[in-house]
Structures are given as C-alpha cells and as structure tokens.
Design a protein around this ligand. Sequence first.
Ligand code: TYM
Length: 338
Amino acid sequence: MRIVSGIQPTGNLHLGNYLGAIRNWVRMQDDAAAQGGECLFFLADLHAISMPHVPAELTANTRAMTAALVACGIDPDRSTLFNQARVPAHAEMQWLLNGTARLGWLNRMTQFKDKSGKKRESASAALYTYPVLQAADVLLYQATHVPVGEDQKQHLELARDIAQKFNNDYASPEAPVFTLPEAIIPPGAARIMSLRDGSAKMSKSDPSDMSRINLTDDADTMIQKVRKARTDPDVLPSEAARLEGRAEARNLVGIYAALADMSVDAVLADFAGQGFGAFKPALGELLVEKLAPINARFVALKDDHQLLDAILDKGAEKARALARPTLDATYAVLGLCR
Ligand code: TYM
C-alpha cells in the first residue's frame, strides 16, 4: 500500500479540501501505519505556477499549507511531507511521460477548459500539461491509492491511461514500470459546494471569502459565514431524496453529515421539519467543535519557519530516495543513455 496525494499551496486550506481529501489523508496515514504501508503527501508548488501568481505569496503559502496539513494531523515522522520543487524527479518524470500522453487525452480535461475559460490562447502551456505532471507525481512513487475529491477523478484516470500505455509500449507484462493508481474518493464529501452558490464547488480561487470556510478562520468568522450562507425558505425534509433540486440545502446538510460522520438521512431525522434558523446555529457549533482544535494547532505552528522548513527538507530527502528507482527504470526502458 503506497498512498500519494498533493494539494496546491495557493490560498487557504478550506473545508472542501479538508472533507474531500485531507481528512482521508489522515485516516489513511493511520491505516497505512497499521498495514506497513507508506504515505507521501506534498505541496504541489510546481502545479501552482500554471496560473498567474505572486512569487512571495507562493513561498508564504507553501509554509502556511505545510503548517495547516500538520495541524490537520499529517505527522511528518510517519508520512513523507514535502514540496514538489525540492524533488526534481517530478519535473523529469513529467517530461518522460509527455512522450506517452496523447493530445486527445489532454484535450478532454475539463479542468483545463474551466481554468482557461474564454482566454484559451493566452493560457500557459503548464496549465495544459498540468495533468501529465500530476500523473508523474503519483506514478513516480508506485502509488496504489490516491485520496482526492471528485474534481481530481479525471486526472487520476488520465494517470492510469498514461501508466497503461507506457507499460504496454516499453515494458514486458511480467515487469511493468508503473503501478496503476486507484483514486480514493469519500462518498459523502466528494464535492463540497460554495456557501454562496450551490452549483459551484467550494474553491480557493473564488473571489468571495464568504463562499468558503477556511481552516484558518476563527470561530466567530465560521459561525458568521454559516449564518450568511445562501439557503431557501423551506423546512428540512425527512429523507435525503427530497433534497433534490435544493443544492444549497443539500450542501449544508452534507457538510453536517460529513463533519459528524453521520449519514444524510440520520442528520435529517434529527432536523426534519425545522428551518435553517435552527439548523445553521447547530452547523456553526459543529464546525467550531471540529475545526477549532485544528485552527489552534495551525496558529501555534504557522510562524515557526525553522520547524516548517526542517519538515520540508527532511520530507524532500526521503521523497528523492523513494523516487529514484522508478525514475531510473523509466530512463532505462526509454533507451536514454545517462
Ligand atoms: P487542489 O489543491 O485543488 O485540492 C486539494 C484536494 O482537495 C480536494 N478538493 C475538494 N474536495 C471536495 N470538495 C471541494 N470543494 C474540493 N476542492 C478541492 C481536491 O479534489 C484535492 O484532492 N491537482 C490537484 C493537486 C495535485 C494532486 C497531485 C492530487 C497535484 N498532483 C497528485 C493528487 C495526486 C489540485 O489542484 O488539488
């Protein structure tokens, strides 16, 4: 069992990242320890330069995101925690895989279409080849499981396609170079939506901070954001199926269920017949109960640059060693003389 996943160090860690991915990273870290598996978690700083960015902010966000991940429960002694830029094998492997990735496959990536929008001609080449770097990130370490939110599913499928084609083209069936990774997507929290618009996912890039709960928000801010979240005037129904067509209501109930580790039906059994005037304070309280301890750990860590840099240094050293055998094998089967 080899668990690998990453997050872009752009902006704050938000509730969507936490429920969609990071909480699973922490759970899988514990499972892996019990089963003798290995976990690698990284800040995808190389991915972050695919969009316009402010260099000093990227540096600060890389440290802040490291502090946030440790605050969430990623243990740098048990998991390898690092940033991509310190492990050149990621960029090297991307180039090696560019020979296998097909333009037709990249053309189908919905994230490129969403992020490039109407200005496709001026999008960066990095934004277009971004999914190949993501494939490199996981194939480099022979990942078996990749815990991510729903929006990364298509990228993981591409990584499998690249691995399969590369193995077919350059390796014998008895000695494949790459393991096919499996995406691990949490059933209840795969897609947490914006608090302002139930049809848009909660995202770091939404200009409105009111659209998301940041793990760095203090208790009052969280409660206020929930209070102001968009809803509808109807009461809550008694079963999940009857939330159909009520995107905002479904999102808030889904967040409650995920945080409380309950099913949506069980949450509705407690709140059926009540309006959001009653539900929102309960959700705010639950958010504070679950996230305040993370926030406190984050605040204690965030300015200790020496400690954060030492964590990333140690993680990068481990990652470079773990990447080496697969990188060497990839160069070798391609016939590249070194
Ligand atoms: P990123 O930085 O956008 O998000 C990090 C993780 O959070 C999940 N996520 C969500 N889950 C549920 N609801 C939401 N609203 C929500 N928003 C974000 C994402 O699915 C992701 O798991 N390309 C990746 C980073 C990456 C990566 C990798 C991931 C680079 N290389 C290799 C896995 C393996 C990204 O931009 O995630």
